[in-house]
Design a protein around this ligand. Structure first.
Ligand code: SF4
Length: 651
């Protein structure tokens, strides 16, 4: 039985999403008794490479020109399209060299790209001109005189962004570089919008994807296709590919699983899903998939956490006596079959931590299954992927590290744990040093006090270069309420210890938590400002809080002072839940200011500016002097002492 595991579009372009690599490794270890052979494909990368090729850029230009000639076609076109059509032959001529450069295949092209005369430069480059008019040179500031390759990578990434804008604005509004049709699936109570999109006239992007799906079937001739859907932005692509593959190969069995399914399809009642997929599996795919393949191979195997359609309705088959495979027995992930040399490293933000996410190929590995803390009230702790903690012995981790280096020839590792356990990190670091195994690694942690200067130094010596972790709302009252288990002072000390050891730090920040006041938000911003100023963190990102169905807040809203709105009639996807917060803070208004402040802090700008400047309305808006402007001006002043973080650090 031939099994093909697919990552549907779109995910990150620089490295494979790990789910198919994990499942392929598992099925190669456990599926041979069933006669299973497993291959994998990254349709996300493949779609990108197809759309960003000369023939498809020419097709996009033809389609846009035809549309502009149609009677009734109305100007004005978006700036992205105007620029693209004005330079279409140059885009077609340069797109493939630029992509080859971003794949690391043609480094000498850097010199031509930084000459600024090779690639067409559209709206995404405009800020460089604006900065020059203001007497600034962000390229020189970021890359100096000798950073030619990085500068060229940055410019080529802006070029890719311009083309992605043209695909989105001119051809298919659902298309983005890291997601496709996300709104059709994210917390979508009804299947109707997704199916309407699937049955509508295909766009050029759809046509490219349909062709790709047919090519994969012809190449792999699978008996079973498993689609692993990590995020809402992969769902439309998965259904679209299943539809095209099914039309090309009607006898194939289709299975849907992955992170989005595990989170959002727990209340699935929509039978039309099974027009596209025969089976939908929940939580870790290893056990459900193995049992399903056993049944397809003619064994008397019970299904585990698997939805099927029975008599026209959705039914969950689940033999609860069967257990998941422990983390030590899931096998070594393998990238075999994925075109590792084709991944595209982009550099879209002038921030060293953001760079880790989008630049370079990383082997993905976990130290444990689930989270060792599993208490945060906003997190999906009731679900298996967080709530079931299982840490294999360090021997197993080291064996996987060695196997991945041998397979890929690459020594960069991204620990994709939800929160890497400090004990596991210490053990890994010690073994790497003992065995003189040189790797470069980074991952997500909790900023807990275990990270002493000594441990941070050990981690750095073993190759740890960066960590990310949740500071969430930098307010001790709210950190307590969310059961994060850290305080602002502790985060300051831990992040300083990490930074002193030479480990970059990115902080996940949150605003809009239940009962959060405007004063608390502004005070949190001041603490974040001081953390940047003190060199504790180098990068951060604000997330707007959303209550989710499987978190303690979604399950017990009263304990957090909010009321959930009456539930919708959910037959399809369910995750975010609407709620009312009696405090009534205008989080939309504050969010814009928070993002503006952070963007500047990450570039080292505005650290001494009064916080109020970030919440000032733009001049054009101020002239209108509306209610919103008055509210923006009424943002409270911070009550946090200017030396709070310095005092936490004992300075
Ligand atoms: S937010 Fe992070 S640390 Fe908290 S329970 Fe979830 S995974 Fe664990």
């Amino acid at each position: 039985m031939r099994v093909l595991l697919v990552t549907p579009p779109m995910t990150q372009l620089n490295t494979p999403y790990p789910a198919t690599a994990y499942l392929t490794g598992f099925l190669r270890a456990h599926g041979s008794a069933l006669g299973v052979t497993t291959s994998q494909a990254d349709a996300s990368l493949a779609l990108f490479l197809r759309l960003f090729s000369a023939p498809w850029i020419e097709r996009m230009a033809d389609a846009l020109r035809d549309r502009a000639r149609e009677p009734g076609a109305k100007p004005p076109m978006p700036a992205s399209i105007v620029h693209f059509l004005g330079h279409a032959p140059r885009y077609a001529a340069t797109v493939e060299p630029a992509i080859r450069f971003l794949q690391g295949r043609d480094p000498s092209l850097a010199l031509r790209i930084v000459g600024r005369d090779f690639l067409p430069e559209g709206p995404r480059f405009a800020f460089l001109e604006q900065a020059a008019e203001a007497g600034n040179d962000p390229l020189r500031a970021a890359f100096g005189n000798l950073g030619t390759t990085d500068q060229a990578r940055y410019l080529a990434s802006l070029f890719v962004d311009d083309l992605a804008d043209a695909w989105r604005d001119g051809i298919d509004p659902r298309f983005e570089l890291a997601r496709y049709g996300e709104r059709l699936a994210a917390s979508a109570p009804s299947f109707d919008p997704l199916e309407t999109a699937l049955l509508s006239e295909p766009t050029l992007v759809d046509q490219a994807l349909d062709g790709l799906a047919r090519d994969l079937v012809a190449q792999h001739r699978p008996d079973v296709v498993g689609m692993s859907v990590p995020f809402p932005g992969n769902v439309y692509g998965a259904f679209r590919m299943a539809r095209a593959m099914r039309a090309a190969a009607p006898g194939v069995t289709f299975v849907l699983g992955g992170g989005w399914v595990n989170t959002e399809l727990r209340a699935l009642r929509e039978p039309r899903v099974f027009d596209y997929f025969d089976y939908v599996t929940l939580d870790d795919g290893e056990r459900p998939l193995l049992n399903l393949l056993g049944r397809l191979a003619g064994r008397r195997a019970a299904l585990v956490r698997t939805y099927v359609r029975k008599d026209g309705a959705v039914a969950l088959e689940n033999d609860a006596t069967q257990h998941d495979f422990p983390a030590k027995d899931t096998g070594t992930p393998t990238y075999d079959g994925l075109p590792l040399a084709d991944y595209v490293s982009v550099l879209e933000m002038l921030n060293p931590m953001h760079r880790l996410w989008s630049d370079g190929r990383w082997n993905k590995i976990t130290l444990a299954h689930g989270c060792y803390w599993r208490k945060c009230s906003f997190c999906d702790v009731s679900l298996d992927y967080i709530g079931r903690y299982d840490r294999p012995a360090t021997d197993v981790v080291i064996e996987r590290v060695r196997a991945l280096i041998a397979e890929t020839g690459q020594t960069g590792f991204h620990l994709v744990d939800e929160a890497a356990p400090p004990a596991g990190m210490r053990a890994l670091a010690s073994r790497l040093l003992d065995e003189r195994l040189s790797i470069t690694w980074w991952g997500n942690i909790r900023f807990e006090k275990t990270f002493t200067p000594q441990l941070c130094a050990l981690l750095a010596r073993s190759g740890c270069v960066a960590v990310s972790g949740g500071l969430e709302v930098a307010s001790d009252r709210l950190l307590e309420l969310m059961k994060k288990g850290v305080t602002v002072a502790q985060v300051a000390r831990v992040t300083r210890a990490l930074t002193n050891a030479g480990i970059m730090v990115h902080a996940y920040l949150m605003y809009g938590f239940p009962t959060e006041t405007a004063q608390e938000t502004v005070d949190a911003l001041e603490r974040v400002r001081q953390l940047f100023e003190a060199g504790c963190i180098q990068s951060a990102y604000w997330h707007r809080f959303s209550a989710t169905a499987h978190s303690p807040i979604g399950l017990e809203p009263k304990r957090y002072g909010i009321t959930l709105r009456p539930p919708l009639d959910v037959t399809f996807a369910h995750n975010d839940v609407e709620f009312d917060d009696p405090v009534g803070t205008d989080h939309d208004l504050l969010g814009a200011g928070l993002r503006k402040a952070l963007y500047n802090y990450m570039l080292g700008f505005g650290l001494d500016a009064d916080l109020g400047v970030w919440f000032e309305p733009p001049r054009s808006m101020a002239r209108g002097a509306g209610r919103r402007v008055r509210r923006a001006r009424a943002v409270p002043k911070t009550t946090v002492p200017r030396d709070l973080i310095a005092r936490c650090l004992g300075e």
